[in-house]
Design a protein. Sequence first.
Length: 300
Amino acid sequence: MALVPFDDRDGLIWLDGVMVPWRDAKLHVLSHGLHYASGVFEGERAYAGNIFKLRAHTERLIASGRILGFEIPYTAGEIDAACIEVVKANGFTDAYVRPIAWRGAEQLSVSAQQTKIHLAIATWAWPNLFGDNRMKGVRLDIASWKRPHPETAPTASKAAGLYMIGTLSKHAAEANGFDDAFMLDWRGQLAEATGANAFFVIDGDLHTPVPDCFLDGITRRTVLSIARRHQMKVVERVMLPDDLPKATEVFLAGTAAEVTPVRQIGPHSYTPGHITETLLHDYEGLVRKSPAEVEALAPI
């Protein structure tokens, strides 16, 4: 399938409070966000016309900006409304939604106190991140790049700059014939894939690494809640590479990946089984419920 460039599409993008034609949604080449990665973003999905856990995503976007030292000049309610508006304006019911906030071009130096904070929200049709490979299980190489120490990077934010090592890792994995990369952290502990959290079934229980240097994803927390509703034993703990051969099932969880089975990490092979299938099925059902129904299911 031919790649459609992201700068040459039909549609509308919400930009600083105004709905503009897709091709006209531009920023200056000297924007601070481009040169110094002073930007934060979210990944969201609309299902059946509703954006799943919209407020949670919006609150994380605002919090990410504050971690990077700036305040997004819109309230959570205004950002929620803009996300809903742009999905409707583009005629979607199922879609990916990308809000992004960044520092502008008023000042270009390491210091950027005088920059204006911009916010844009785009949406497009985007099936599962892994496409046809998803249900048969994706293959992950083990990345050479590692997730950084929280004292060296703003790891609690969804900051654009943190995804550079993800891009490098995924490109290397693809060059080796894999779908994605699995990343360790600076200590050599198991962390996550380049853009999704990971879960491991070991001796019938669900294990997942403690997210102390990478995002505690909204999809991750949703899957944990579903698992607890099924009275599955959930173990959040430090996990090491020695745990990889102990697992019988592995899957990823993230907005773009949704719940995606894994059939290989490096030399280790896995077979999607009952736990993966149960959580995948329930997640797919949950995201298509109304916001009120989702809200009524308080996290466990």
